[in-house]
Design a protein around this ligand. Sequence first.
Ligand SMILES: NC(=O)c1ccc[n+]([C@@H]2O[C@H](COP(=O)([O-])OP(=O)(O)OC[C@H]3O[C@@H](n4cnc5c(N)ncnc54)[C@H](O)[C@@H]3O)[C@@H](O)[C@H]2O)c1
Length: 256
Amino acid sequence: MTVPTAIITGAGSGIGRTIAERLAADGMAVLVVDRDGGGATHTAARIAAAGGQAQAHAADVADPAAMAGMAQAALDWTGRIDTCVANVGIMVEGDILSVSPEDWDRAMAVNAKGGFLTARAVIPAMLAQGKGALVFTASTVALAGMKGVAAYSASKGAVAALTRQIAADYAARGIRSNALAPGAVRTPLSESQFRARAADDAGFDALMAQVIARYPVPRWGTTTDIAEAALFRATDRSAWITGQVLPVDGGLLELR
Ligand SMILES: NC(=O)c1ccc[n+]([C@@H]2O[C@H](COP(=O)([O-])OP(=O)(O)OC[C@H]3O[C@@H](n4cnc5c(N)ncnc54)[C@H](O)[C@@H]3O)[C@@H](O)[C@H]2O)c1
């Protein structure tokens, strides 16, 4: 019997780890991909301990050969790629005047080109199957402005455009493409961003509280909030939805 198979990038930590665990709990074999091989191995071990199927795979999404190798690893393992969650993202802070051209390139290479290379690696197998679902992790900054994240925001805007473009190009051949636009989710990425800005623990707690104050649903997002939305977009539960960027943001964009 064939096992539905999912690739999750950036699954060695944070949101990607919980998405990998959620899809595995739903019965998918999960290829856990991360540049940090130790993180990927840890996620795969957690899935196996919970009774799921997972393999760790170390790869950098900015490297075309590594992305081709990632798709091949999934095909060698189960023979299928039903779902790919292109979740990797790095934060680059700064407005147009303070962000360096090098940091702009880094945001684009990982967040935008990384999404392109991930999709490019998995779409041939999905076309051969006549079916597949891509889910990108964008951000609310792909849909609305926020101070001080010019390069990050532009790179996530590119992810949203790529999501729609793939949907348009491949809808008739069975491939759906959607994105999630998370608001503030407590993960190693968001915590390190706020730790860097705070002088001490009290300052960190105050900054974290300030973020929540902007949210109609008054709490930080959890990785589970995002993983449930990813599961919906990654499976036939959302068979007639494609090209959409779904805010998962405690009402921030619609209600503020
Ligand atoms: N945390 C938030 O508040 C938030 C909000 C909106 C969007 N997002 C997006 O969600 C996604 C996941 O964020 P997170 O908070 O879980 O981050 P995280 O830093 O906890 O996890 C990201 C993972 O990606 C891996 N990674 C980084 N660069 C890589 C590369 N080039 N190749 C392969 N792996 C790489 C890291 O090793 C890490 O394991 C990102 O795309 C991020 O932009 C996060």
